[in-house]
Ligand binder design. Structure first.
Ligand code: FAD
Length: 383
């Protein structure tokens, strides 16, 4: 980073180059603002590259999260085309194997959230994808609106495109230590910016810790697997009964109560470890499969075979095939709050903190970035 690139005053400094920080930078840059993004890591290494890259609309919490996801999905389409980020696949199949799950799908179909969805019979589903052969398959909710990007490539490409096409300065290997706008003090010296967006992911102790303490944040740890290519193409992302009991767009419906009661009896171990199934496919045919959910302020960094076995057990039940060999394992963490899906806070008039606290940042980040920029730049001054 040359001194001349850093000289002068920026309109906006963004702390954090995960999806939330980059989306916020994009919302500002497309308004013609001069933007710098600062991240402590040499390359993207947080939740934004450890996730499924699954831009999920159907199943998001009814109301503002669902609307944010729909809008973010539109922005992903626009940005992916412009930045050369492949959409690896589209669509979602919620595979129901219990009568109670079919009840949830039918209730969901009666809501406004089913705009891009239809119900498939098991016969229709098998015609479309004969390899999905779970004998208990009772119905499939097909949603056509979902997208999948390969986050490991998409996030670096998004950052590079913001720099090349929008003139955003991206400063890496640099920790932001203190903010007193317009002064942003970093491990590489002082940057000046009129406004600052702090998008720190699940780091709650670095900047404004006293402010963040009030939100009672914690971290959620997830175990993830990559399986070898199964030898066929999935019809989209796949989820199962456990997802219907967990994703709030379905789980908050009254019709979900009987399913949750049955899952509590039949899949107590899965629920204990917060397991629900997501399967997405990569360009080379391999599968990203997860996940589990364990909450702690500092989760341990270890991946447990017993948890992977439970995830693979649900894979077997939902897809009706033996899981292909595991070729990679990793863990990820994201910020979590019991009482809200997103936090946008104003510790100072010219500073906003933005944290997605429900594990849906890839799906909602672009909408949240726009909200942060509107709140920083569109406020009408009091007379
Ligand atoms: C395993 C896993 C699977 C997931 N799957 C999905 C999914 O399929 N779909 C979906 O929508 N969401 C998913 N999520 C959630 C989603 O990935 C997160 O909500 C999202 O990535 C959060 O983005 P972020 O930018 O806030 O955080 P991060 O990606 O963690 O980025 C924060 C950045 O801030 C930097 N930073 C922090 N403090 C400082 C500082 N003081 N100075 C400089 N830099 C700093 C960090 O270095 C980091 O790069 C998943 C998450 C995980 C972990």
């Amino acid at each position: 980073m040359s001194r001349s690139q850093l000289s002068g005053r920026f309109d906006l400094a963004v702390v954090g180059a995960g999806i939330v920080g980059l989306a916020t930078a994009f919302a500002a840059a497309r308004r013609g603002l001069r933007v710098i993004v600062i991240d402590r890591d040499a390359q993207a290494n947080g939740a934004s590259v450890r996730n499924f890259g699954f831009v999920t609309v159907t199943g998001q919490e009814r109301g503002s999260m669902w609307a944010r996801a729909r809008h973010s999905r539109e922005v992903w389409c626009e940005v992916a085309a412009a930045a050369g980020i492949p959409i690896v696949h589209t669509g979602l199949w919620m595979c129901a194997r219990r009568p109670e799950s079919v009840g949830v799908l039918e209730a969901f179909m009666a809501t406004e959230m089913a705009a891009d969805c239809r119900l498939l019979t098991p016969a229709e589903a098998r015609r479309r994808c004969p390899q999905l052969s779970a004998p208990e398959l009772a119905a499939v909710l097909e949603s056509t609106i979902e997208l999948r990007v390969e986050s490991r490539q998409a996030i670096p490409r998004l950052a590079a495109w913001l720099a090349s096409a929008h003139g955003v300065t991206v400063m890496r290997n640099t920790t932001v230590c203190a903010i007193d706008a317009p002064n942003v003090d970093t491990s590489s010296g002082r940057v000046q910016a009129d406004r600052v967006a702090v998008c720190p992911g699940d780091d709650f102790n670095g900047l404004y810790p006293e402010r963040l303490e009030a939100y009672a944040l914690t971290r959620c740890k997830l175990q993830m697997l990559r399986l070898a290519a199964p030898g066929f193409k999935l019809p989209g992302a796949l989820m199962s009964d456990l997802g219907l009991g967990r994703y709030r767009g379905y789980a908050d419906l009254a019709a979900a109560a009987p399913l949750k009661a049955r899952l509590a009896v039949e899949q107590a171990q899965h629920l204990k470890h917060g397991i629900h199934l997501i399967v997405v496919q990569c360009a080379d045919g391999s599968l990203i499969v997860g996940d589990s959910h364990h909450y702690a302020s500092t989760p341990d960094p270890f991946s447990y075979e017993a948890i992977d076995a439970l995830i693979l057990d649900e894979f077997r039940s939902a897809l009706g095939i033996e899981p292909p060999p595991t070729i990679e394992r990793w863990i990820g963490t994201y910020a979590s709050a019991a009482d809200r899906p997103v936090l946008i806070d104003a510790p100072e008039p010219s500073v906003r903190i933005a944290i997605v606290t429900c594990g849906a940042g890839a799906s909602t980040g672009f909408a949240i970035g726009e909200e942060v920029i509107a709140s920083l730049f569109d406020v009408v001054a009091a007379p």
